[in-house]
Design a protein around this ligand. Structure first.
Ligand SMILES: [Fe+2]
Length: 296
């Protein structure tokens, strides 16, 4: 126990970690406590850290091997192959999603560092899919336990109508992935069950598209219940660490044409496992080994 000061933001998700200076370097005991807090709260906010690129990379790598910037060839920050720029001029993630669930081994966790923020809007919403699973009536939980969903990067996300955004979208769709993941995932560290869906989930294995849509929409309503969601209001210099194995997030497109820039560094994850012990399997695309190291 390092005596870390952790203050809950919401009853079901989110906590602020106070009194920690990441740039000064953290002991193994502090990192172990941060990891335990991550498992409990799913999203951790570190205010006023003002890290440089190297500081963000060093902090993220304490939790495991890092991924490259993106599986589809979206360019990284110049000279930093593991840092993805989140630039409001390229793309606005105003849909509920879990990062890169279209590959077989999606990231374990992500760090987001705020560099430039608009004068209003531009928050990040993060939802707890484990709380959503617990909210389901027992009959729906049992049903969801049996389902598998096909996730693809070509799942019809909203578009921005600019030339830069068209270029981004072209790269995003330059190779198509399809992976089947369990709709209910067992967390590899905590054993906690959670929904594992989001906007890359486009169909349910064995069902028609319209049947799939109805079921995914019904389950998704539990994820986005306000009590399962926190809203992070950014100040440049803040850093957020979230568990990508049992959360979804959403970046509201509500800041007009103001600049907004974050840098994302993600920690490699393993193949999800369903309640029957079966692992996710690839349907289309490669094993994404150019993007993420195999994690045992
Ligand atoms: Fe994202």
């Amino acid at each position: 126990m390092s005596g870390l000061d952790i203050r809950k933001i919401g009853g079901r998700i989110g906590a602020e970690v106070v009194g920690v200076d990441i740039a000064a370097g953290l002991s193994d005991a502090v990192i172990a406590d941060v990891n335990a807090a991550l498992l409990e709260h799913k999203a951790l906010v570190f205010r006023g850290q003002h890290l440089e690129e190297e500081g963000q990379l060093a902090f993220a790598s304490r939790f495991g091997p890092l991924t490259q910037a993106h599986p589809t060839g979206i360019p990284s920050v110049d000279g930093q192959p593991q840092v993805l720029p989140i630039d409001g001029d390229d793309h606005r993630a105003n849909h509920w999603h879990t990062d890169c669930t279209f590959v077989r081994t999606p990231p374990k966790a992500s760090t987001l560092r705020a560099l430039v923020m608009p004068s209003y809007g531009g928050n990040t919403l993060i939802a707890n899919q484990a709380a959503a699973y617990r909210d389901l009536p027992a009959e729906l939980r049992d049903f969801a336990d049996t389902l598998w969903a096909v996730h693809s990067n070509d799942a019809g996300q909203p578009k921005l109508d600019t030339e830069r955004a068209d270029e981004y979208r072209k790269i995003f769709l330059s190779k198509i992935y399809q992976t089947a993941h369990p709709v209910v995932r067992v967390h590899p560290e905590s054993g906690e069950r959670s929904l594992f869906i989001g906007s890359f989930a486009q169909s349910i294995v064995g069902l028609s598209l319209s049947e799939s849509r109805a079921i995914l929409d019904m389950l998704q309503k539990y994820v986005t219940r306000p009590e399962n969601v926190i809203r992070v209001q950014w100040t440049p210099g803040d850093l957020v660490l979230f568990d990508n194995r049992n959360t979804q997030h959403y970046g509201p497109d509500d800041y007009d044409d103001q600049p907004r820039m974050l840098h994302r560094v993600t920690i490699a994850g393993d193949a999800p496992v369903g309640v029957n012990g079966k692992q996710s399997y690839l349907i289309q695309g490669d094993d994404a080994s150019h993007y993420t190291p195999a994690v045992a």
